[in-house]
Design a protein around this ligand. Sequence first.
Ligand code: C2E
Ligand code: CA
Ligand code: CA
Ligand code: CA
Length: 276
Amino acid sequence: QAEDLSKSCVIYDAELSEKILDQIVLESDMHKALSNEEFYLVYQPQVNSKTGKVFAVEALIRWEHPTRGLISPAEFIPMVEKSGLIISIGEWVMNTACRQLKTWHEQGCLDLAVSVNLSTRQFYQENLVETVESILRKYDVPGYFLKLEITESMAMVNLEHSIRVLHNLKKLGIQIAIDDFGTGYCSLSYLKDLPFDLIKIDRSFIQNLDAANHSDLTILSMARFLHMRVIAEGVETLGQVELLNEKECYHIQGYLFSQPLKPQDVIGKIQQIEQQ
Ligand code: C2E
Ligand code: CA
Ligand code: CA
Ligand code: CA
């Protein structure tokens, strides 16, 4: 028995060290990835199901690794978050998204906004507000067209900081969204102190909607109580849209309308959605 145990430990260790090695290799690759232009952004439309119009797109990062192929942000963002490289990548995302938005505006999509995800480090970076302001100025994009997404747990790390920074971002006209709403702390007492404009209801709530269970949408009452607009994330079926509309939630993002798209495919998709 002892022998068995030691064998399994060896196997376990080998797997573990392989995983760690993998991670180290990936991390060192990441430092080259920015300059090698291996990152790109895809954009997922957000649709008003009442008017049929696309009012914004969310920018989502992708990493095309030279040998491993496409790596999901769920895998590498936590890694860059630890390495501090997230600051440069975050700035690259913001620059790229704003430059792209400017192009779409010039091509006639005059009302389109872009939503950008912030990481924790980025949110707690000292000169975040100045950085965002200078990027907006550089591409001549009014703050009103930029939305920033942060999670509840990010805001909770330091409430005082969050209140101050969010107020300063809002002075630039930027709209602030709570991402993955309902998965974190979800405490009304602090949420009312934070100047959020929008709530993104997490996909896990939307998925449950098909299960003939409307009670999950009590989360919508909470949003209303806080006077925030609501976007439903991860909407995949018409049934979900109908249930959401019944509860007067009309802002929809998810595969039902569109997958995240390469920038060159966005305008065509918007036209297609709006003609439906
Ligand atoms: P998120 O911000 O919650 O983004 C939504 C995720 O759900 C995206 O995954 C999107 O592709 C996916 N999604 C959208 N609609 C549907 C649907 O109908 N069904 C399903 N099953 N999934 C849907 P993605 O692009 O893999 O991104 C994963 C996470 O990585 C994001 O979650 C976000 O937390 C992070 N992330 C992505 N891009 C960035 C970025 O530029 N900066 C930072 N800091 N984080 C990012
Ligand atoms: Ca998001
Ligand atoms: Ca989300
Ligand atoms: Ca998420």
